[in-house]
Design a binder for this molecule. Structure first.
Ligand SMILES: [Zn+2]
Length: 364
């Protein structure tokens, strides 16, 4: 089967169909931001959690960005309600399973899902180690059933005490295996710089865990430099403000560091004012390894395919550039080298029906 050349796809529906059918990779998706609205109301009912409303439409503004003014703290505030749902092992595992199946439904073939063990354990004071085991167990089953290879990243909140960060790193090291692959630092970039977490992140790296760090989003290019210098970041969550500093761009080249770009999230947090001003295309033209991601599909009410369409329609990326982002994502995935080669081969095979895609994917 040959797929239509997208240069001929003029209407929105055809472009969307192309994006839906394309095999995709997601490196930056938060479990807590992936909770289905319907599941939220069911869990709340089952566990007697009070919600502002049990009607999906009335509940929407409390957990999704609707007509909110773009603002970082406002965006983060949506998690408050979402994080109250983790009231039992079953609830945690249901959310994990649905997040993986939702990605699979959108033809995401390789997924990295990150979660904050503190957030998942807080509702009932579960031991963090138990919560991590539950997530791992559910992810293992769901990846097998859905066919979407799934890796997990343990996320540390910037506002957590150092002891908690160290505990999460130790749990990560103890569970490091085919599923648990890395660490992430997330949360309020402005008030909590990364240097404080140097010791636990270096310990994780030394034990073989991979590291990605949210930076260059709310803060400027210096925060990317700090994430690389102190925490050994191998990828940067967002990182779009790298465009402000040519030294940082050079460092990204030198270390082959990929950016996990999430366009819709950037608009909703107010980091970028509108999509026509988004630096994704500029970063691509500077030969930075950019990848496309959702961040929080539920909060933003999107799937990854929407971000591919947005990148083309609103930001001006070409079809070929999208294929190239897939190669950057394969190269930056937190998997062993042997598995990476298999994933590359798989993508060559999956992209074969798309005119010109394999050549772009294989460009040096
Ligand atoms: Zn994020």
């Amino acid at each position: 089967m040959k797929v239509q050349d997208m240069t001929k796809l003029t209407d929105h529906e055809s472009l969307y169909q192309w994006a839906r059918q394309l095999p995709k990779i997601e490196l930056h998706r938060h479990l807590e931001g992936s909770l289905r609205l319907h599941t939220l109301t069911e869990l709340a009912r089952e566990h007697g959690i009070a919600l502002p409303s049990y009607d999906l439409e009335q509940l929407r503004p409390y957990v999704q960005i609707t007509d909110d003014p773009p603002d970082f703290h406002h965006f983060l505030s949506k998690f408050r309600l979402l994080r109250r749902m983790y009231t039992s092992k079953e609830a945690v595992q249901r959310v994990v399973r649905e997040a993986i199946f939702d990605a699979a439904q959108d033809n995401v073939r390789y997924l990295e899902l990150r979660f904050n063990p503190v957030a998942l354990s807080r509702a009932q004071n579960f031991p963090m180690n138990d919560v991590v085991e539950w997530v791992e167990e559910a992810a293992s089953l769901a990846q097998e059933e859905s066919g979407t290879r799934t890796c997990l990243i343990l996320q540390i909140g910037r506002d957590e005490p150092l002891e908690i960060a160290s505990e999460i790193v130790e749990i990560g090291i103890a569970h490091h295996g085919p599923l648990i692959r890395g660490l992430d630092l997330a949360g309020d970039e402005v008030n909590y710089p990364p240097a404080r977490f140097e010791a636990p992140f270096q310990r994780g790296l030394a034990a073989g865990l991979h590291v990605t760090v949210h930076a260059g989003e709310a803060c400027g290019a210096q925060s990317i430099l700090d994430a690389i210098t102190y925490l050994g970041a191998e990828r940067i969550g967002h990182g779009i403000r790298a465009v402000e500093n040519s030294n940082v761009i050079s460092l990204l080249h030198e270390r082959k560091i990929a950016l996990e770009v999430c366009p819709t999230s950037n608009i909703q947090t107010g980091v970028v004012q509108n999509l026509s001003l988004h630096p994704l295309a500029d970063l691509f033209n500077l030969r930075v390894r950019v990848t496309l991601n959702t961040d929080d599909p539920s909060i933003s009410d999107i799937v990854l395919s929407d971000e591919y369409v947005t990148a083309i329609r609103e930001i001006g990326l070409t079809q070929a550039q999208i294929y190239r982002t897939l190669r950057y994502a394969v190269d930056a995935a937190f998997i062993p080298e042997e598995e990476r080669e298999t994933l590359r081969q798989n993508f060559r095979r999956w992209l074969a029906p798309y005119p010109g895609a394999v050549a772009v994917f294989d460009q040096p």
